[in-house]
Design a protein around this ligand. Structure first.
Ligand SMILES: [Zn+2]
Length: 385
């Protein structure tokens, strides 16, 4: 445990000095309690800064609670205390402490700085979806959005190779279905152990990757479950869905940061830079078609899908349009003749490209650009496009 906190501290060291310095410059002028200093990206690849941000959905800064959720702390291991996870009760409020600094509130310790930055990243996701498509207000789509638990320093176990290990160096979105009650939404920011660069919970792109999983859950999975849709086996639908979820998430992480390489700020060696073209090669397709269950890495096909969307957006000079069409795709998969027949979903990435093109059909330039780019990277999935 000591080791983790030292590493986080190492990363935050320059900011601690900034905190002390700014706190020393405290002026008791009129403080705006919606203006809070957080860790956020500045211009350039992997450049982060500590600066005030204008919060738009906060109801209580002391409790870090608002329209998009509430930041909490897990002192117990949640998988050993599953009732906490199931009910959402038993997580502790983060003990926040602020000082006034100019017209903003300055976190007085690292936990408060981390908690405010976590809330900020989830708020960015909410506002981003709304700005891309004003018809989508996630607080309406998800009536219990404000009940979302944003867990700082989450303690959970992963099950790998039949052994349980505590999770480090990760972030996660988790939905818990509850009988007779709305689905409970969680974001987890796990402790940092190995990462020497940006901790996952402070990487705005990674947290918005996770936020995209929440959107997909509520625009696709929840309505699909309500309609009793089945996942067919004529095509690799289950693996395609998992990879699509990851690909959409990678793209929304980019939309939040404007940095196609945001993932590398935490994991420099991963092939997740959206600006590097990737294709559905025979090897990638074979893994989607034949891998089963825990052996399938959904991030690989997802990264290809995300790079395709990035290139469409770059070519059109309009990522807003691509983002809006992808939000529409999330719900349209449940209706598109290419992806659903009767009560059964059956599709591969070629069918998803067709469904996406039908959404873009109101804009002939966008449709044609998307078609060219899909043909370039879909491999055998592009046949007959
Ligand atoms: Zn993901």
């Amino acid at each position: 445990m000591q080791c983790e906190s030292r590493k986080i501290t190492q990363f935050l060291n320059p900011w601690i000095f900034a905190l002390v310095f700014l706190a020393a410059c405290t002026q008791n002028s009129s403080v705006n309690s919606n203006r809070i200093v957080v860790i956020q990206p500045s211009q350039g690849h992997c450049q982060y800064t500590i600066a005030p941000a204008n919060f738009q959905t906060l109801e209580s800064y002391r409790e870090m609670r608002g329209k998009v959720g509430r930041v909490l702390y897990s002192s117990n291991n949640l998988d050993r205390n599953f009732d906490i996870l199931k009910t959402g009760f038993g997580l502790k409020p983060v003990d926040t402490d602020f000082v006034n600094s100019g017209d903003a509130l300055m976190p007085a310790n690292l936990d408060t700085l981390f908690a405010a930055s976590l809330y900020f990243s989830v708020e960015v996701g909410y506002l981003l979806a709304k700005s891309i498509d004003p018809a989508i207000d996630l607080s309406v789509v998800i009536p219990n959005l404000s009940d979302t638990r944003i867990v700082h320093h989450a303690k959970r176990l992963s099950n790998t190779n039949n052994s349980q290990k505590e999770i480090f160096d990760n972030a996660e979105y988790l939905s818990i279905a509850r009988t007779g009650l709305p689905t409970l939404n969680y974001f987890f920011s796990y402790p940092t152990q190995q990462i020497k660069e940006i901790p996952l919970g402070l990487n705005l792109g990674v947290m918005n990757h996770e936020f995209s999983h929440l959107i997909f859950q509520h625009l696709f999975y929840e309505p699909g479950i309500k309609r009793n849709l089945e996942v067919g086996t004529d095509k690799p639908t289950l693996n395609t869905l998992a990879a699509l979820d990851e690909g959409l998430a990678d793209y929304f992480g980019f939309l939040a940061t404007k940095d196609p390489g945001y993932f590398l700020c935490s994991f420099p060696l991963e092939n997740r830079d959206l600006s590097l073209p990737k294709s559905f090669s025979p090897q990638v397709i074979s893994r989607i078609e034949s891998s089963s269950g825990e052996y399938f890495d959904s991030h690989e096909g997802g990264a290809v899908w995300a790079s395709i969307q990035y290139e469409i957006g770059q070519t059109l000079g309009n990522h807003q349009l691509v983002g809006k069409s992808l939000l529409k795709l999330m719900s349209n998969i449940l209706e598109c003749p290419n992806t659903v027949r009767g009560n059964t979903l059956n599709f591969n990435f070629g069918d998803l490209a067709r469904c996406h093109q039908s959404i873009l059909s109101t804009n002939s330039q966008a449709q044609s650009v998307a078609r060219q780019i899909y043909l370039k990277y879909l491999g055998s999935y592009g046949a007959g496009l």
